[in-house]
Write a protein that binds this ligand. Structure first.
Ligand code: PLP
Length: 387
């Protein structure tokens, strides 16, 4: 990525860490299959081994609990579709604020699905979850509860400890989508009453195309991809040693490179700057605890598509929320679940900072955004000239 552009879309994908790039390129120099007995196979296997140690360490997991996959989306499908069948649960309980991956996997599982609403502040409705679990307990049924640690659009940090206490007190299972949390704070997987957790390399300074599912030993049968028996038989398919090497290096160096305090300071400057430019700006999720690297907001009447294209022309890359494969600005199920009007929600912009973000990036964003606002205000006054 050239430094002439300002990249503030780290929640969609972070900038690759130099250490990760180096590890990937070094692994690409070795040909072969990591399952082969010969020296090339053994070298690649050793690379995967080291990466497993690093990922396990950063996630607070045992090495045996780490299954490498092709993405967090795959890990999520494995946990929800594979997990709900292997664990023979009667129901999937899922929050309305999940990423599309868990929501669609739950639908595809063929299980009965109960959705837990979000409160207006963006937090999962704990009272509704409690009721749902009570009902299941009374009828002797079990559920796989699927929740996210940090929301990818708003940055809201969910009350996972409370959810763990509720689920852990019963005989239900808990899956956590920790994609936006991995590397940013201690996940402590092994010691928490969490059965499965999904993480992704490219959200933490690693490459796209590799993720992991963390699983406790009692969920051993959770698998959807069958074949040669790689990853302890839990996810067959020849492992990509270069991508896994990049994931391992990122897991080791991302927590050191990600200066949460500095990044939160930069995001505060953005918040202050946009409030100075437009006092009617609406910042989503303000009432809840949020990750300090992201701000999700809308200016009434300013269309996200117009703002995103204008910012892009100014060399500033941000997004409107979840990265959608169509590349279009679609409606946000997360903001709608928080009761935000669809009209305001379609104007949302998400600015997410990362390990290499600087004060200059923030200044460039604010200068560019001021230009977009001026053009928009001019367009409102002169409707014939607005394109
Ligand atoms: N879950 C969350 C919260 C995400 O933010 C994302 C990516 O945006 C995913 C899951 C999917 O991750 P991946 O791109 O590795 O499939």
């Amino acid at each position: 990525m050239t430094k002439t552009s300002v990249y503030l879309d780290h929640n969609a994908s972070t900038v690759l860490l130099p250490q990760a790039k180096e590890a990937i390129l070094a692994a690409f120099d070795i040909s072969g299959n990591p399952s082969s007995i010969h020296k090339y196979g053994r070298s690649l296997n050793a690379i995967i081994d080291e990466a497993r140690t690093n990922v396990a360490k950063t996630a607070g997991a045992k090495r045996s609990e780490v299954i490498f996959t092709g993405s967090a989306t795959e890990s999520i499908s494995q946990a929800i579709i594979g997990g709900s069948n292997a664990l023979e649960v009667d129901q999937i309980i899922i929050s309305a604020g999940e990423h599309a991956a868990p929501l669609k996997a739950a639908k595809a599982s063929g299980k009965d699905v109960e959705e837990i609403f979000l409160l207006e502040n963006g937090l999962i409705d704990i009272a509704q979850l409690k009721d749902a679990l009570l009902k299941l307990d009374e009828s002797g049924k079990t559920a796989l509860v699927c929740m996210h640690e940090v929301n990818n659009e708003t940055g809201i940090i969910q009350p996972i400890k409370q959810i763990e206490t509720l689920v852990g007190a019963t005989r239900h299972f808990l899956f956590i989508d920790a994609v936006q949390a991995f590397g940013k704070f201690d996940l402590d997987f092994s010691s928490r009453p969490v059965d499965m957790m999904a993480i992704s390399a490219h959200k933490a300074g690693g490459p796209v195309g590799v993720g992991a599912l963390l699983v406790k030993s009692h969920c051993d049968e959770v698998r959807i991809i069958h074949g040669g028996g790689q990853e302890q038989g839990r996810r067959s398919g020849t492992q990509s040693a270069p991508l896994i090497a990049g994931f391992g290096a990122a897991a080791k160096y991302f927590p050191i490179s990600y200066d949460a305090k500095k990044i939160a300071g930069l995001v505060s400057s953005i918040e202050e700057g946009i409030k100075n430019l437009r006092s009617d700006v609406v910042i989503f999720g303000q009432e809840a605890e949020r990750m300090g690297n992201v701000i999700n907001f809308a200016v009434p009447e300013l269309k996200a598509h117009t703002a995103l294209m204008g910012l892009d022309l100014e060399g500033v890359c941000v997004s409107s929320g979840s990265a959608c494969s169509s590349g279009k600005v679609t409606y946000s199920h997360v903001l709608c679940a928080m009761g935000i009007s669809p009209k305001l929600a379609t104007g949302r912009l998400r600015v997410s900072l990362g390990w290499n973000s600087t004060k200059q990036d923030v200044e460039a964003f604010l200068i560019a955004f001021e230009k977009i606002l001026k053009r928009h205000e001019y367009g409102l006054k002169n409707p014939a000239q607005e394109n």
